[in-house]
Structures are given as C-alpha cells and as structure tokens.
Write a protein that binds this ligand. Structure first.
Ligand code: PHE
Length: 365
C-alpha cells in the first residue's frame, strides 16, 4: 500500500474534508474490498450532491491492502501522517481491522469498520467503532438455527486457523451449540489459501455429522464445498457472513445447494430505502449489492452524519459525535452504537439454491 488506489485531492485543499479508506481491492478476497468501495462511493456521492458537510465537499483517499494485515496497518499510518484524514473507514476481514485499529487508536483518529465482526476489533479502544453485529451473536444465531431448524445434534467444524474471524466463530458456535444440547463432534483446521481440504473432510466424514459449520471466507469455502461433495459428504454446510460473494457460486457450482449462512442483510427486504439503495447501486455498478456494499454504504452514512453533528473536525470531537449514533436508519438495519462501540442488530439466515441465495428468516438479538 505505498500508493493510494485513488488519488483524491491534496490534503491541504481548503474546501474538502478528506476521509480515508483501506480495503482488499485486489487479492484473494477482492470482492470484499470492491463491494465496500462501491457502497462508500455511493454514499459520498449522495452527500456531495446534497451540498457536502459544513459547506465543504467530501473526498476519500483509498488504499488497497491486498487483503494483508501488515499492508492494512501501513496504509493507516500513511492516511494519518501523510494524508491527515479526519476518519478512517475499513476493513472487512477482522484480522486486517485489528492491525488498523491499533494504529488509529494510538493516533486518536476515529475508525469505523463496516463489517468486521470479531469482538476484539472495537476493544482496541474508544476511537474504534463498527456498524455491524459481533460474532458472539452471529455464532449463537447459527447454533440456534442448527439445533432448532435443522434439528441437528451432531455438527463438525472446519475452521481457518489463520483468521481471527473464523476462530472466534468456531469458539462461540461450539459453546452455544453445547448449551443447546448439541455436540461438536470434531474440529478440523485449514489455513486461508489452501487448496486441498480432502484430509480434513475425510476425517469429518468418519464422525457422521448432520451438518458442517465452515466459518471461513468465500474463496476457500467454494473449494471446500466442491471437495466435500466429491467425497460423498451430502449434509448441509453452514457458514457466516464471510460466505457473502457472488464469486462463491463460481467456485462452488451447485455444491452449496441446500446450505445456509448468516448475513447482515437480504436484498429481498421490501423496505423502500433498501430497494432504493439496490436500484441506485445497480444503476452505478451493474449488480445486486452484497452485504459488504450495504455495510460500506451504512458506515459512510454514519460517518457523514457524525461529521455534520461534530462541533469541529478534530479527532476527539468526531469520535464523540460517532459515539452518539442512535436509531440511524441503515440499509442493513437500524444502527445504535452501544457503550462498547458496537451495533446491536438482527441477523438474516440465507439458504442457497441453484447458485442463488434465498431469505429464510431473521434472528433478533
Ligand atoms: N465479518 C467478517 C470478518 O470479520 C467479514 C465479512 C463481513 C465478510 C460481511 C463478508 C460479509 O472477518
């Protein structure tokens, strides 16, 4: 991340408020960064068309971290020391947000992650916020769904042991599922970027699970699903928000039909502001927005509203204004930030059929 991915204005330009963004615009999880970028851009465009903030236009300096925590941390340092941004938006993957939060907190520059769900991200300090739910809730949701809707008592887990997100979800699921009378029969591990999961899947098959929880990212999950079916594992797979990408279906083909995952938003929500967002997004970028796009849009909107309210553009003032966010009508649900700077929101369960997702149910906190 040595060069900004978008040039933007010079930092000292008087009539501009400069925000920073860090995301995986390239690399293994590129759809995360690209969707988030689109959502943020749409929100900024709307705000500028409505006259900007405090009589100034908004601009965003964007860095591509290629999905790597070290690059993400370095990009934040540049945004703070060189570009002098007033706040930072990003990242998606929790491991990358953790690396960023460290730096933003130390410098007293507010950071809002749209979509990182691992609890430790906002625990980095009072300058770090998120507009999504956290994994103790997301893991509970899937345990409840497995137990009550799928009536499963025996579930196997395949976790990514290089991802704070995956490990966190595995821990919560294991604990909650046991509390509900279920049992995790085995937990197998891989490292993101692996391409052969057959040894782990063979071990899982021997334990005869009724479902397999795979809390990973789409690029790995797509391959895992195919190999599971090839080995004759026909039970449903279950996952979390990390599955959300249209690329999942390119990789998995039909291997995920009948599987389920938890997510932040469903494009089937009939709410008019959600449908308007989908129309505007399609017109600008040509596809149906995924949860990353929705949360990127919401994070930018929350940031813009806070800048509007803030008594000045200093770190402490902007921080205080963000912390006051209450009942903000996001396209991925209403946002009220709690004292731990997390949003408390419902999760959607989606089922996969014919390479598409279908809304099943909403689970409230
Ligand atoms: N919640 C994931 C993480 O913390 C990121 C993610 C969010 C991925 C939403 C897809 C959709 O790592």
């Amino acid at each position: 991340a040595t060069q900004p991915a978008s040039p933007g204005p010079a930092p000292a330009e008087a009539n501009t408020i400069l925000l920073g963004e860090v995301g995986s615009l390239t690399g293994a999880q590129a759809t995360f960064g690209v969707s988030t970028r689109n959502g943020i851009e749409l929100a900024i465009k709307e705000a500028n068309e409505a006259g900007g903030v405090k009589g100034k236009k908004l601009a965003v300096r964007v860095y591509d971290d290629q999905g790597k925590p070290e690059e993400a941390a370095q990009a934040v340092t540049r945004l703070i020391t060189q570009d002098k941004v007033v706040l930072i938006l990003g990242e998606v993957a929790s491991s990358n947000s953790l690396a960023m939060a460290e730096k933003a907190q130390a410098a007293g520059v507010p950071m809002i992650t749209p979509s990182s769900t691992n609890p430790s991200v906002t625990q980095k300090g009072e300058y770090i916020f998120r507009v999504c739910f956290i994994d103790p809730f997301q893991g509970f949701v899937m345990a409840k769904f497995a137990r009550e809707n799928l009536k499963a008592t025996q579930v196997a887990i395949l976790q990514d042991n290089k991802s704070a997100y995956s490990i966190g979800l595995k821990d919560v699921f294991t604990q909650k599922f046991a509390e509900m009378g279920g049992k995790v029969v085995t937990t197998e591990s891989y490292s993101q970027g692996d391409t052969d999961f057959r040894a782990q899947l063979t071990a899982i098959k021997k334990t005869k699970p009724q479902a397999i929880y795979v809390p990973g990212y789409y690029n790995d999950v797509g391959i895992i699903a195919r190999q599971a079916r090839e080995l004759g594992l026909t039970v449903p797979l279950m996952g979390g928000d990390g599955w959300d990408s249209e690329k999942l279906f390119e990789l998995a083909g039909n291997a995920l039909d009948g599987s389920y995952f938890s997510n932040h938003y469903s494009p089937e929500n009939p709410d008019e502001k959600v449908q308007k967002f989908i129309r505007d997004y399609k017109a600008a970028y040509g596809g149906v927005p995924d949860a990353l796009a929705a949360l990127g849009y919401d994070a930018a909107k929350v940031a813009i509203a806070a800048l509007e309210r803030s008594k000045d553009l200093s770190g402490p003032s902007v921080r205080d204004a963000i912390a006051e966010t209450k009942d903000f009508p996001g396209v991925a649900g209403n946002i009220t930030l709690d004292k731990n700077r997390n949003a408390v929101k419902s999760a959607a369960i989606l089922q996969i059929a014919d390479g598409k997702t279908k809304f099943v149910t909403t689970i409230a906190p």
